[in-house]
Design a protein around this ligand. Structure first.
Ligand code: PRP
Ligand code: URA
Length: 236
C-alpha cells in the first residue's frame, strides 16, 4: 500500500508493513507511523518532487513541509506547569519537560534542522554523519559527537529520505547505544520497504512522513521520490 498525499490516492492494496492502516479521514496512521493528509503538504510536496524546482526553492519547501511534520511529531510532548505573569495577572502556563535533541543525519538532514531549531530553540543539535555506499546501499559512518551519558531525553531524528531504512536504523542504533530512550523519526518521503525495515528494527520509534511512495528502484532510489535529496539541498 502506498499513499500519495498530492492526490489522496491509495495506489495499491498491497500492505507492505502489514500494519499500516487507512483511517478513513485522509490521514494514514498506525500506532507508529503517521502520514498527515494536509493540503499544504500535498501542494508543497508536488513542487519539491518537480525536477525543475531550483535548489533555493527546494530548501524552502523542505523547511516548510518539515515544519508541518514537526508540529505533528511534537504534539504529545509532556509539559509541566509554569507559573508566570501577564501584564495583568498571574497565570499557570506550560513548558515542555523533556530535553530535546534534534539529530540530523548528514547531509540531507541539515535541510530540516534550522526549522526544527527555530521551532524548538531550547533543543540541542546532535549530528550523525552517514552516507549510503552506492554499491551495497549499506550506511557508512563518518561522524558523530554524541555525549555519553546523553544530555537529551528525546531525540528527533531528521532526514528527508527513508529508502532502504539502513541509514535511519544505524543512526537510531547509535543513539540508543548512548542511552537515549525516546527517539522519533521525522522524514519527508519514504519507500514502503524503508518504513517496514525501520519499524522492524526499532518498533519503539515512531515515524512521521509527508508521503510513503510506491517502491525502491533497482539502485535503491525512491520512486517517484524526488531524486537525491542531499544533492538537491546542497546544490551539488
Ligand atoms: C540519503 C538520505 C538518507 C539515506 C536514505 O543520504 O538523506 O540519509 O540516503 O537511504 P537509506 O534509507 O537507503 O539508508 P545519502 O547517503 O545520499 O547521503 P547525503 O545526505 O550525504 O547525500
Ligand atoms: N536517498 C535519496 O536522497 N533519495 C532516494 O531516493 C533514496 C535515498
Amino acid at each position: 500500500m502506498h499513499f500519495f498525499p498530492e492526490t489522496g490516492r491509495l495506489a495499491s492494496s498491497r500492505n507492505l508493513s502489514g500494519r499500516l492502516n487507512w483511517n478513513g479521514v485522509g490521514e494514514r496512521v498506525d500506532d507508529g507511523v503517521t502520514v498527515p493528509k494536509h493540503a499544504l503538504i500535498a501542494h508543497k510536496l508536488t513542487r519539491l518532487r518537480d525536477k525543475n524546482t531550483s535548489s533555493v526553492l527546494f530548501r524552502n519547501l523542505a523547511r516548510e513541509i518539515s515544519q508541518i511534520l514537526l508540529v505533528e511529531a511534537t504534539r504529545d510532548l509532556s509539559t509541566h506547569d509554569d507559573e508566570r505573569e501577564t501584564p495583568l495577572s498571574p497565570f499557570t502556563g506550560a513548558s515542555i519537560t523533556p530535553r530535546i535533541g534534534i539529530v540530523p543525519i548528514l547531509r540531507a538532514g541539515l535541510g530540516m534542522t534550522d526549522v526544527a531549531h527555530e521551532m524548538l530553540p531550547m533543543a540541542r543539535v546532535l549530528h550523525i554523519g552517514l552516507f549510503r555506499d552506492e554499491e551495497t546501499l549499506e550506511p557508512v559512518y563518518y561522524y558523530d559527537k554524541l555525549p555519553t551519558p546523553p544530555n537529551v531525553d528525546l531525540a528527533l531524528v531528521v532526514d528527508p529520505m527513508l529508502a532502504t531504512g539502513g541509514s535511519a536504523i544505524a543512526a537510531i542504533s547509535r543513539l540508543k547505544e548512548t542511552g537515549i530512550e525516546d527517539i522519533r523519526f521525522v522524514g519527508i518521503i519514504a519507500a514502503p520497504e524503508g518504513v517496514a525495515a525501520l519499524r522492524a528494527a526499532h518498533p519503539d520509534v515512531r515515524i512521521w512522513l509527508a508521503s510513503v511512495d510506491e517502491r525502491l528502484n533497482e539502485v535503491g532510489y525512491i520512486i517517484p521520490g524526488l531524486g537525491d535529496a542531499g544533492d538537491r539541498i546542497m546544490d551539488t
